[in-house]
Design a protein around this ligand. Structure first.
Ligand code: MTE
Length: 303
């Protein structure tokens, strides 16, 4: 399933579409569930674990990317203005090899693989997205994490001339996010560079974005230009905006009521007007893989 990154190749060049689609179905039935984490077996509602990917259309026209506006349709309409090549990412803080890395440097030597992940937004909708990416741990190990680093901080590009949404001071721009180091090193945490075997569309966070499938969608920061290894818990934009609503951890948790919306159920995007509410699963269904990261922690207090 894995293939080497070549910016001039699309998935179609390396895998005939039928084979690829069949493989995806196979993976949905087995490998992907293993990779993406199938815990709890029969006890879990079938629907909640339906890993049939949303369509390209759904994934690329219904977005949150406030730098381009607050409507779900704004990113698809305006994100083409973002220049994604050349692109570089500053990697700094407690690392052995700090510096400015070009996008090409970052993906060089990485095996880009497909990960079909559920994305659960705090606004109570969800999607299943076939990302292409690599583990964040691979990059962190390459740049060398120093003793004393306990968190990873991320920043999105801030380009007022390309991002009309920056005019609206909803968040204290640039968009920022953070993970504890063990969360960042977890094998489910990826840097994604594409979806459906195509380069990442701008509205989904081109050219490189984070995906942390057991956390609410806003942790998965887009169009990253800076990654810093730090000792103290970094600023996270939504947490800074309303700490009571959006915790630093932001683990998907149906048992913790968001002050404005219950988090018990969600609707799959694309289900139409009559989409049923499906139960939201603890850690978005990735409990078996990640629960041990939070052993002994009160997940209501540390939400
Ligand atoms: N990253 C940036 N820089 N700006 C944003 O507004 N929105 C977040 C997250 N990453 C956001 C962001 C939210 S709320 C969600 S639900 C996901 O991106 C949506 O990802 P998608 O549009 O690829 O589905």
């Amino acid at each position: 399933m894995a293939h080497r990154y070549r910016s001039d190749l699309t998935w179609d060049d390396v895998t005939p579409k039928e084979v690829y689609l069949n493989r995806r179905q196979l993976m949905t039935g087995g490998g992907a569930l293993l990779a993406a984490g199938m815990a709890g077996g029969q006890a879990r509602a079938q629907d909640a674990w339906d890993l049939t990917p949303n369509s390209w259309e759904e994934i690329t026209t219904f977005n949150n990317f406030y730098e381009f506006g607050t409507d779900k349709s704004d990113p698809a309409e305006h994100a083409h203005r973002l220049t994604t090549s050349p692109w570089s990412v500053e990697i700094d803080g407690l690392v052995d090899n700090p510096g400015t890395y070009s996008f090409e440097d970052i993906v060089a030597g990485q095996t880009i693989e497909e990960r079909i992940y559920r994305l659960r937004c705090v606004e109570r909708w969800s999607m299943v997205i076939p990302w292409n990416g690599f583990e964040l741990a691979d990059l962190l190990n390459r740049v060398g994490v120093q003793d004393g680093a306990r968190y990873v901080a991320f920043e999105t590009a801030m380009r007022p001339e390309e991002m009309p949404g920056l005019r609206v001071p909803i968040l204290d721009w640039p968009y920022r996010e953070g993970l504890r180091l063990d969360e960042a090193m977890h094998p489910l945490t990826i840097l994604a560079t594409g979806l459906y075997g195509e380069p990442m569309p701008n509205q989904n966070g081109a050219p490189i974005r984070l995906v942390v499938p057991w956390k609410y969608g806003y942790k998965s920061i887009k169009s990253i230009v800076r990654i810093s290894l730090v000792a103290e818990e970094p600023v996270a934009s939504w947490n800074q905006y309303a700490p009571h609503e959006y915790g630093f951890y932001s683990n998907v948790n149906p048992n913790r009521e968001h002050p404005r919306w219950s988090q018990e159920f969600e609707r799959r995007v694309g289900g139409g007007l009559f989409a049923r509410n499906i139960p939201t699963l603890m850690f978005n269904g990735y409990e078996e893989e990640v629960a041990s990261l939070y052993e002994g922690m009160d997940l209501i207090e540390f939400h």
